[in-house]
Write a protein that binds this ligand. Structure first.
Ligand code: KG4
Ligand code: ZN
Length: 347
């Protein structure tokens, strides 16, 4: 039995997990910082970094205790080394380096996006490469062809906002609080999506890229115009977002070549209406549709440990990243992909 300790601290979740190479999640703990950021309506990097400093070490100790294990019992330590809010990434990576050094275990510096990209294989042992991954979270909005560990081709990204960001901003405009995605989805269930006309940016365009800034501005104008029910605005926004996601994903499927499945990951994958629409799209293309359990869709450390396991399985379990591996605020999964204006640049 090989066991990897995973550490995640790139945004507003502090998380640790112990995962076995047979896919058993032996223990995992996640501390959300939602309460600390709620007064500001979004994640404040400095508050996040300080919270990671306070929470992470006790959280790792508690995770080991849950499993009845000591640091000496793990085979490697995998930590998110980017991309993300750099203060938080540094806290997790430095902690992992210290633990690796103290225990003489390999350090695996994991790309957070790779954690999301491979998490469906943690949940489902039958998922084979290559697959088309729709990665939709608060900070990321990409379509990737995943052909193997370390083999990622980016087919599309957003030219402005990420999809989760659009949900969060819509929630803010409607006064629904933070985090906004789940609140918008709940309210959308009570509204009529046809009651408010909203645009579908980039629908039908040749490249499968995304754009949500114009949709967000239209939501703002609809709210300011008055006369619309909040539920109708939420429903119309969600339907416009779904129409864009399905059109763009279909476009990517057309150019992706052979894939075994359509897979969704990232926090927005929690949205039931989006899942249902993707299932219908996959079915129409004779593809399997795979969405990991919600706990593996949002930021978590099990996916980071699993990415470490996948790496070690492919390189050998004696490999280690250097202890001077630098934390990276930006770290594209596909460095060969053309830069797209505004992509991944967050306010
Ligand atoms: O992956 P994640 O936990 O963190 C990031 O790496 O960003 O994703 C969080 C994002 C937030 O923007 C949140 O509003 C969105 O996922 N989200 C949702 C839902 N649940 C979470 N968006 C739409 N519908 C949901 N049910
Ligand atoms: Zn994430």
């Amino acid at each position: 039995m090989r066991v990897v300790l995973g550490i995640e601290s790139s945004c507003d979740e502090t998380a640790a997990a112990l995962v076995c190479h047979d896919r058993t999640i032996i223990a995992q703990r996640i501390a959300s910082q939602d309460d600390a950021h709620r007064p500001y309506g979004g994640v404040v990097p400095e508050i996040a970094a300080r919270a990671h400093v306070e929470i992470l070490s006790p959280l790792i100790a508690a995770t080991l205790a849950d499993a009845g294990m000591a640091l000496g019992d793990v085979d490697a330590i995998a930590a998110t080394a980017g991309p993300g809010l750099i203060g938080g990434v540094m806290v997790g990576l430095v902690t992992a380096k210290a633990l690796a050094m103290a225990s003489s275990k390999p350090l695996i510096a994991v790309n957070h996006l790779e954690g999301h990209a491979l998490s469906p294989r943690l949940a489902d042992a039958t998922l084979e490469f290559p697959y088309l991954l729709l990665l939709v979270s608060g900070g990321h909005c990409q379509l990737l062809k995943v052909s193997g560990v370390g083999q990622y081709r980016r087919l599309a990204t957003t030219i402005d906002d990420a999809l989760g960001e659009a949900f969060d901003k819509t929630a803010k405009i409607l006064g629904l609080g933070f985090p906004g995605g789940p609140a918008v989805e709940r309210l959308a269930n009570e509204g009529d999506p046809r009651a408010v006309p909203l645009p579908r940016p980039l629908l039908g365009s040749a490249e499968p890229h995304f754009s949500f800034a114009g949709l967000k501005s239209a939501v703002m104008r609809a709210k300011q115009a008055g006369g619309h029910d909040n539920a109708d605005i939420a429903a119309a926004f969600q339907q416009a977002a779904i129409d864009c996601v399905i059109d763009r994903t279909a476009r990517a499927l057309a150019g992706a070549g052979e894939v075994s499945a359509l897979v969704v990951a990232g926090g927005v994958a929690a949205n039931r209406a989006i899942r249902a629409a993707l299932l219908a799209l996959a079915t129409a293309h004779d593809l399997r549709f795979i969405a990991p359990p919600l706990a593996l869709c949002t930021d978590n450390a099990a996916m980071i440990a699993w990415a470490g396991i996948e790496r070690l399985n492919s390189t050998g379990w004696d490999q280690s990243d250097p202890l001077d591996f630098a934390a990276l605020p930006r770290w594209p999964l596909d460095p060969a992909a053309d830069p797209v204006r505004g992509a991944g640049v967050k306010a």
